[in-house]
Design a binder for this molecule. Structure first.
Ligand SMILES: [Zn+2]
Length: 91
């Protein structure tokens, strides 16, 4: 029983860690992470964090560059940029 708990915990940790950038060397070498605005809007926490690479899907909207976890999210954003780019704090 204890063994099962360990496995479940490990799986959970892996999920959490996959989002957080693993320590400093990755952050320094390959830039930073961004938030996928489409996933954020949909509260899809599984792929909320996007590591910015050359191949990362992106689009420019109103002078800001937005990054996405997948081409699907990018396409979704391009369809309705006003919906997804809205700043939560702005009124
Ligand atoms: Zn996404």
């Amino acid at each position: 029983m204890k063994r099962f708990l360990n496995i479940a915990l490990t799986a959970l940790m892996t999920l959490l860690v996959s989002c957080a950038t693993p320590s400093s060397d990755t952050a320094q070498n390959s830039g930073s992470t961004e938030t996928c605005h489409v996933c954020k809007f949909n509260h899809d926490l599984a792929c909320l964090c996007v590591t910015i690479k050359n191949s990362t899907p992106r689009t420019v909207y109103q002078g800001n560059t937005y990054y996405f976890c997948s081409d699907d999210c990018r396409a979704e954003f391009v369809k309705r940029p006003d919906k997804y780019a809205a700043k939560p704090t702005g009124r």
